[in-house]
Write a protein that binds this ligand. Structure first.
Ligand code: ZN
Length: 303
């Protein structure tokens, strides 16, 4: 069973204690599992001292991997922080750049689909208009035929019957004519829409091409700048003692520009864990600290 309790020493950091059942059902306290200052002093420090030891106070817990130098100029750390920010800003720009081309291509595709839909609609309207025109033509021919029949009518009754049918047909043809007219107007409007859609697509195609070219240039420039900044960072990191340098490089992909980060308003500016007064005073003495919250290398911003 593991219980989290607050450390009794001034750090008040939570630490976990494991308990096991004793021989008679009673509970027996075991070694602390996770470090509090107490564990550091009772377990880790003696081991380091035994192994040849190097001087660091309990405040120096997070610099335990260091073997040579225990202080670094805050100005140097501030410089590293600045370069890291620049590096990741450029990295983000390089990541974002291809998305603009992707966006332009998607937009172009949308316009292409719209044009295709308009063309299809136009074709269907033209077909309908043609069918209606054919129908009207055949009905008009029928009326003409009936008029000829009417002229040759055998009697008055047949004449007037044919006259009624012709009238009804002419009225129906007029309705058909209005429908045809409306259809032809729709065709005209759709032709305009198709033309507009084609223009918009043509513009989008050009835009995509320009964006792709510009993006390629941007990426080339960013890669060049990144190479320079990475070189500068390598030189700066080389000034950090070996073990700590390796640890920071390992954390860099996760912590990014916050790998080396200033204390801001009494807290780590990466994870906003409050810095204890002891750590603060040690930081002022340029001792090195990794933030207990996020593992970033902390420094007091130089004035
Ligand atoms: Zn932190």
């Amino acid at each position: 069973m593991v219980r989290a309790v607050a450390c009794r020493l001034p750090c008040r950091l939570p630490r976990k204690i494991a308990w096991t059942g004793g021989p008679n059902g009673s509970e027996r306290k075991r070694q602390p599992l996770i470090l509090g200052w107490q564990a550091l002093e009772s377990v880790i420090l003696p081991r380091f001292r035994k192994a040849g030891g190097y001087p660091f106070s309990r405040r120096g817990i997070e610099t335990r991997n260091m073997t040579q130098v225990t202080t670094l100029e805050p100005a140097l750390l501030a410089l590293i922080h600045g370069k890291l920010r620049l590096f990741y800003e450029l990295t983000d720009q390089a990541t974002r750049a291809p998305k603009q081309v992707e966006f332009a291509r998607q937009r172009e595709q949308q316009y292409r689909q719209k044009l295709e839909a308009t063309t299809q609609q136009l074709q269907s309207l033209r077909l309908k208009a043609k069918e209606k025109q054919t129908e009207l033509g055949s009905r008009e021919a029928q009326v003409k035929k009936m008029q000829v029949q009417q002229d040759g009518a055998a009697n008055n009754r047949e004449y007037s019957m044919l006259g009624d049918t012709i009238k009804a047909n002419i009225a129906a043809n007029e309705v058909l004519g209005v429908e045809l007219f409306e259809l032809l107007e729709q065709v005209d409007a759709e032709v305009q829409l198709e033309k507009q859609a084609a223009d918009v697509l043509a513009k989008a195609v050009v835009e995509t091409k320009v964006t792709a070219e510009q993006t390629a240039d941007t990426i080339t420039r960013l890669e060049r700048e990144l190479k320079v900044v990475e070189g500068e960072l390598r030189d700066l990191f080389a000034k950090i003692p070996g073990d700590l340098q390796a640890e920071l490089q390992r954390k860099r992909p996760a912590l990014r520009e916050k790998t080396v980060t200033p204390v801001d308003d009494g807290a780590c500016s990466s994870c906003w864990q409050i810095i204890t007064p002891q750590m603060k005073s040690a930081l002022s003495l340029r001792q090195l600290f990794l933030c207990p919250g996020c593992g970033a290398l902390l420094f007091m911003p130089p004035n």
